[in-house]
Structures are given as C-alpha cells and as structure tokens.
Design a binder for this molecule. Structure first.
Ligand code: HEC
Ligand code: HEC
Length: 320
C-alpha cells in the first residue's frame, strides 16, 4: 500500500515537471500557428477562364523585359549579378512558375506585386518607394481577362506537378534569395551546392572558381542591400526549425517575423511539399537510407518479441 502511494506521488511530480519543461515552456516560447493549407484566403478566386495563346503575347510584351523563360526559348535579359544590381534580386525564370505558384496568387502578383508578396510595409508608392516588379495595368482590354490569359499561358508551358522535382520547386521559389551549401540530389545525380546565381559548377581551374565566387559575393551585396539582411543559407533549417515551422513560415512569413523582408512567395500546396522535400533531402541526406534501416529494425524487434514471449512461457511452465 505504502509503495503504491510513493509510486503515485513520484509519478505525479514527474508528469508535472515534464509538462512544465516540455509542452508548457514550448507553448510559451513558440506560438503555435496552424497552416491554412496554402489557401491564400485573402486573395480572390480567378473569375475568368484564361486563353493561353493570347497569354503568350501578353507575357512576351509585359514580362520578358525582366524575366527569362528558358522553356519558351527566351533567355534571361540580364546575367544574375547585373539583374540584382538593377532590381535588388534576380527575377526568376518563369518556365516552371505556372506549376510552382498558386494560380490566383499569380494573378494577384501580376496586378499588385507588393500586395501579393506582403511587402507593402517596405514599398510604399506614396513615399516614392516602388516595388521593382512593375504592376500590370492592362493592355487595353478587360484587365482580369488579360491576367487570366497570362496565368493560363504560364501554366501551359510549365511541367506537370509529377514532373516538377523538389530541386526545381526550390530553385524557382526560393533559389534567388537562399543558398544551400550542402550537396544535393537532382535527377539521380549528386550536385555540388546551390548559390543565388545558380548551381556551383565543378571547376578545374582555381581562377575560374574564384571568379565565380566573386560573382556570388557581388550578387549577395546587392541582395543584402535590397532585403536589409542576407537571407540565411537553408542547408540545416529543416533540422533546426522542423517541417511545421518552415511550412507555416513560407505560407506567410509575417506569421512569425512581423515586418520581415521575406515575401510571401505564394507556392501552391503541392509545391510547398516539394520545397520541404528538397530541404529534407539536403539537410538530411541519409534520410532515405535511415527510413529503410528503420523498417528492418522494426521487423527485428517483432521477431525478437515473439521469441521472448515463447521463451517466457517455456520458463514459467517449468516453475508451475
Ligand atoms: C521591371 C521588371 C519586371 C517585370 C516587367 C516583371 N517582373 Fe516579375 N519580378 C521582378 C522582380 C525583380 C522579381 C523578384 C521580386 C522579389 O523577389 O522581391 C519578380 C518576381 C516574379 C515572380 C516570383 C514571385 C514569387 O512569388 O516568388 C513571378 C512569378 C513573376 N515575377 C512573374 C511576372 C510576370 C508574369 C510578369 C509579367 C506580367 C512580370 N513578372 C513582370 C521583376 C519584373
Ligand atoms: C526575395 C527573397 C526571398 C525569397 C524568394 C525567399 N526568402 Fe526566405 N528569407 C528571406 C529573407 C530576407 C530572410 C530573413 C528574414 C528576417 O530575418 O527577417 C528569409 C528567411 C527565411 C527563413 C528563416 C526564418 C527564421 O525563422 O529565421 C526560412 C526558413 C526561409 N526564409 C525559407 C524560405 C523558403 C523555403 C523559400 C522558398 C519557398 C524562401 N525562403 C524564399 C528572403 C527570401
């Protein structure tokens, strides 16, 4: 009886201590934010059905002065460093944009970049501070129809969701601002490192490598001036912050860092999963291996448990 009481008291205090240390302290230090599933509820749904053929002309006339579209045979008008020196950041290639970004987000972005990206606190036309991506004011017809046409065109040239690799999703949505110095897998090959100006090639000559690094530094200088801070290298973020944090942060960076310069990038729910997968592949490159080892360990434990039960029966039979 006395032992039971002691056990109850010890259990009670252990649980209270555990609660204070873990869930309670955790909830005080990190507020919990639920994901809205990348629904972007503040953005109105598309009301017009787009025509990709008309959209092609509109995009060629209004977007390719700043953006490349490799897929459509249109190279970037400037190299990344010069682009960052004029805009603060290199405008991403739009080949995959139709799949990576949410459709209604794209429409909102085309009409009012600062608002869709949630960086109006940084860009206020009243104070003469314009966002470097100029809004599309219309080409003379119905504005919503023209915007829907451009979105339809971007979707028509983009790869299907199944063809979009995790690395492609990352490069289009995050790669102009964030480097990943860890090697990563892409198309079954191990790649060296991602820099904001692209993948770091394998150089044979030290001079070429230094020239590349100089360009990365020049790019980062421009980016730092534009953002106010250099966006962090994301190699280890999946480990230090975890999947839930990164997802809800990307969905709306203002959730956690009020006034931050990181835009709401507007990825679709499926592409967000791909971005997370890419971060897991680089931050935890042994993940797939470990998961398969985990399965074998489980099988081992089950077999071991069966033997243990059989053995216990055997021993007890002798005792009775
Ligand atoms: C004057 C140059 C300019 C023009 C014209 C322009 N953009 Fe951009 N665009 C930019 C810059 C700069 C960025 C990056 C802004 C940033 O990251 O802060 C950008 C970003 C984007 C992004 C990525 C947004 C995100 O959520 O990450 C998309 C998609 C895009 N533009 C599409 C378009 C389309 C479509 C058009 C034509 C209707 C267009 N842009 C016209 C400069 C331009
Ligand atoms: C236009 C540039 C830009 C783009 C595009 C961008 N980020 Fe960022 N990101 C930033 C900046 C700037 C910061 C630093 C924010 C701060 O300290 O206020 C940041 C910070 C972060 C952080 C750290 C948050 C923290 O708690 O410290 C994570 C994680 C992150 N970004 C993930 C992403 C992912 C994933 C994408 C693509 C889906 C992305 N970012 C796209 C500029 C960008």
């Amino acid at each position: 009886m006395k032992e039971l009481l002691i056990l109850a008291v010890v259990t009670f205090f252990t649980l209270v201590t555990y609660y204070l240390v873990e869930p309670f302290a955790h909830s005080q230090m990190h507020k919990h934010i639920e994901s809205e599933g990348f629904a972007y509820k503040d953005i109105p749904a598309l009301t017009k059905k787009g025509d990709a053929t008309r959209g092609a002309d509109l995009v060629a006339a209004n977007c390719t002065g700043c953006h490349g579209i490799e897929k459509a045979g249109m190279p970037a008008p400037m190299d990344p460093v010069s682009a960052a020196q004029s805009f603060g950041v290199n405008p991403p290639d739009l080949s995959n944009a139709g799949t990576v970004f949410d459709a209604k987000f794209l429409a909102a972005l085309i009409k009012d970049p600062a608002k869709a990206l949630m960086v109006e606190h940084k860009f206020d036309p009243a104070k003469g501070k314009m966002h470097p991506m100029v809004p599309f004011y219309g080409a003379g017809g119905d504005l919503d129809q023209e915007v829907a046409d451009m979105v339809a065109y971007l979707q028509s040239i983009a790869p299907k969701q199944e063809e979009l690799t995790p690395a492609m999703a990352f490069e289009t949505a995050c790669g102009r601002c964030h480097a990943i110095h860890y090697p990563y897998n892409k198309d079954g090959k191990l790649h060296a490192a991602w820099t904001q100006i692209g993948e770091k090639p394998a150089f044979k000559k030290k001079q070429d490598e230094l020239a590349f690094e100089q360009k990365v530094l020049d790019y980062q200088d421009a980016l730092k001036k534009y953002m106010g801070t250099l966006p962090p290298d994301l190699s280890m973020y999946i480990r230090s912050r975890g999947e839930h944090y990164i997802k809800t942060f990307v969905e709306n960076p203002q959730n956690y860092l009020k006034g931050t310069a990181m835009p709401r990038v507007g990825v679709s729910a499926e592409s967000a999963e791909k971005v997370i997968e890419h971060l897991e592949d680089v931050g935890d490159s042994k993940r797939h291996e470990r998961e398969s080892v985990g399965r074998y360990v489980m099988i081992y434990i089950i077999i071991f448990a069966i033997f243990a039960i059989l053995w216990k029966k055997e021993v007890w039979r002798d005792l009775h």
